[in-house]
Design a protein around this ligand. Structure first.
Ligand code: CA
Length: 496
């Protein structure tokens, strides 16, 4: 009898350990580190510190996820959209995959001095992508929301061409025509019609916000996957909180007495609506009884675009300097939370541990997501596919010290900050400005001593500057990066 019992036990354990986790990558457009009631910054000793913006925003869903998960104070994305999205799909840094600028849907926006042959045409079915690998590995791959992988008329404008089995509302552009169902998500307005969000006709003319419509649709796709007994990878990529800053009226009353401008109040409603989506999805996983087998990773795609103050100052992401599109920390630091949707001691969670802690001394980066998800899924990437990230497995289990401490962000184009490369190595961050002259070319910060980038050390610490420049150059060369030119499309400018 005992023997039969143990045989049955072993059999059930072996089934369990072969089981694949469901994975949700919850990606919020233009959400920075400070656009939340979760304090991501600490006193430097692991203790979270609330700043005024944390008291302004309301994100109980994120707070719920942090109760069981791990959060990072220093997680890097790119300063704009498409480069980060292409990095999530390929595991490569922007210097390597060459989608270095945000993709304008109708025209190539290289900039007067930017490389002409950057990959404006975006991703295609020739690219090895995270969803295509997962799909081949037995996952149902669900795309919901903003895609922005390729311009209009190019293959990758349809997420189903780059590895997703299902596409809900994803297309070539990033900014929705309208968030309002009553406006048919942009279709009713002749000026915004070409940005009308596709694929949600069943909500047209209804009093529903885009964030809510996407949430209801992704929940259906998740239910169907469970019904079909397929593990799923859901890329829940909200259009929120990108402009236009329309109010999600369900939450307007929470900000009307804040004293902040109407646009900043509306922005906060977009945040709270996105957060309700997270909470609703977590509840749905509980209802389906799959929360213990579902890994959730929450990130933003670039720094905050909160309509507060000036671009390069301490405002949008206070106390961090800068906002979306800039080379300062406020432009490129995003929230990161990883957690199982419900904690358990099951075999799946034992094989991929996530400690309930704040990692504030070590940093990680958006190219780490690709190998992390494949690692959790137990699927290998093709050997021929080079990536720049490292699985976060050890860091998530509580061993942050062994994670590589380098990050390269290459932006050879024009935007709020133009023609620059950022290189973080350990405590230091170097910014090289290709089109500036003399001393203006370099900004060097010790982010441990000077987290808010107030003291440029480029002139006073020439030794570190030289060492950082040399490492930046070799990082760029290793990726075969494309450089800005002097205006003739031929004479390249390189960091020196
Ligand atoms: Ca974005």
């Amino acid at each position: 009898m005992k023997a039969i019992f143990y045989t049955l036990l072993l059999f059930s354990l072996s089934i369990h350990s072969n089981e694949k986790p469901n994975i949700i990558l919850f990606l919020v457009d233009d959400m920075g580190l400070m656009d939340t009631s979760v304090p991501f910054l600490t006193d430097g000793k692991g203790q979270a510190v609330k700043h005024p913006l944390n008291s302004y925003y309301k994100t109980p869903g994120m707070e719920r996820l942090t109760q069981s998960g791990l959060i990072m104070s220093q997680f890097y994305a790119n300063s704009v959209c498409s480069p980060t999205r292409a990095t999530l799909m390929t595991g490569q840094s922007s210097a390597r995959h060459r989608i270095t600028q945000f993709i304008k849907p109708e025209s190539k926006n290289s900039g007067s001095f930017g490389p002409e042959n950057w990959k404006w045409e975006g991703l295609s079915n020739k690219d090895i992508t995270l969803p295509s690998i997962l799909s081949k590995g037995g996952y149902r791959t669900i795309h919901c929301g903003k895609a922005h992988f390729a311009p209009i008329g190019h293959e990758g404008e349809n997420p189903q061409k780059i590895g997703f089995d299902i596409n809900i509302a994803g297309c070539a552009f990033g900014a929705p025509g309208s968030y309002l169902g009553m406006e048919n998500f942009g279709q009713k307005n002749p000026k915004r019609r070409k940005r009308a969000v596709p694929g949600l006709d069943q909500y047209h003319g209804k009093d529903i916000f885009l964030t809510e419509a996407l949430t209801q649709e992704v929940k259906k796709a998740i239910s169907k996957s469970v019904e079909d007994k397929k593990p799923f990878f859901a890329y829940m990529s909200h259009y929120a909180v990108h402009s236009p800053f329309e109010a999600d009226s369900r939450f307007s009353k929470n900000y009307k007495d804040s004293g902040k401008a109407k646009s900043a109040q509306n922005y906060a409603t977009l945040i709270e609506g996105m957060d309700k989506s997270l909470n609703d999805i977590l509840n749905h996983l509980d209802t389906l009884n799959i929360a213990e087998n579902t890994l959730v990773i929450f990130i933003g795609d670039n720094g905050s675009d909160a309509p507060l103050g000036k671009t390069h100052t301490v405002a949008s992401s206070a106390p961090l300097r800068g906002k979306k599109g800039t080379h300062y920390e406020g432009g490129m630091r995003v929230p990161f939370i990883a957690s199982w949707a419900r904690n358990s001691k099951n075999a799946l969670q034992n094989s991929f541990k996530i400690s309930n802690t704040v990692v504030d001394q070590n940093f990680a980066k958006v190219s780490d997501i690709f190998p992390t998800i494949l690692d959790a899924a137990g699927i290998n990437k093709p050997d021929s596919h080079t990536i720049d990230g490292t699985s976060l497995r050890k860091l998530l289990s509580g061993d942050a010290n062994s994670h590589p401490q380098q990050f390269l962000m290459h932006f050879p184009h024009s935007h709020r900050s133009s023609y620059f490369t950022v290189f973080r190595d350990g405590d230091y961050k170097l910014v090289f400005h290709y089109k500036k002259e003399g001393k203006e070319k370099y900004e060097l910060f010790n982010l441990v001593k000077d987290p808010y980038e107030e003291n440029n050390l480029a002139s006073s610490d020439s030794e570190t500057l030289k060492a950082m420049l040399s490492k930046m150059r070799s990082g760029l060369e290793k990726c075969n990066a494309q450089y800005p030119h002097k205006g003739d499309k031929k004479t390249l400018i390189k960091p020196e």
